[in-house]
Design a protein. Structure first.
Length: 185
């Protein structure tokens, strides 16, 4: 269902400038003569489609909305609210300390992620390991995780073993799960 909303959003975003900027209307001369095509400047109209009109399950989902410009020459569209879901996550920087069980006992890992438009734009992982071997695994993870996380949609990130550090990766994924919950719209 999320893919349908993404596709609808992409289509609307691609077609909206064409509709708004290329809208023409026919106008009859005051003497009742021939029709002349007159270009009209689009009047921005804040409008929104209610999620419940898109699908039965969408009525429980939270969405951000943005005003959508609709030409005033189309009164049926102007009267119909249109909601365009933009993001699932609130922009910001989120920091979590994750704990995970290692052969040496419980270890911790600091995870800070910056989200903008559902995309991870920055991430910092801080080693908090007490055990020497755990510290080596955390350092190896820190050296290799960024290429797998930065620039990706936060909803899609679920890392598997990074640089041989499976338990550190598990701790990172758990921290990211908490961050996703905190950032959810």
């Amino acid at each position: 269902m999320q893919n349908i909303f993404k596709r609808i959003s992409i289509i609307v975003a691609a077609l909206l400038p064409v509709v708004v900027l290329g809208w023409h209307t026919l106008k009859t001369d005051s003497d009742g003569g021939s029709e002349n095509i007159v270009a009209r400047e689009a009047q921005p109209v804040a409008a929104a489609v209610q999620p419940s009109s898109l699908s039965p399950s969408a009525s429980t989902a939270s969405t951000n909305t943005a005003p959508v410009a609709v030409p005033d020459a189309v009164p049926a569209l102007a009267a119909t609210p249109v909601v365009v879901p933009l993001t699932k996550y609130t922009d910001g920087t989120y920091t979590v300390t994750a704990s995970y069980d290692s052969p040496a006992g419980m270890e911790s890992l600091g995870v800070s992620v910056t989200v903008s438009g559902d995309i991870v734009t920055a991430a910092v992982v801080t080693s908090m390991a007490k055990d020497k071997k755990s510290s080596q695994f955390q350092d190896a993870f820190i050296a290799g995780y960024k290429v797998l996380a930065i620039g990706k949609n936060i909803a899609d990130i679920q890392l598997s073993k990074v640089s041989g550090a499976s338990l550190t990766t598990k701790g990172f994924n758990e921290a990211l799960s908490v961050i996703k919950t905190q950032a959810a719209v």
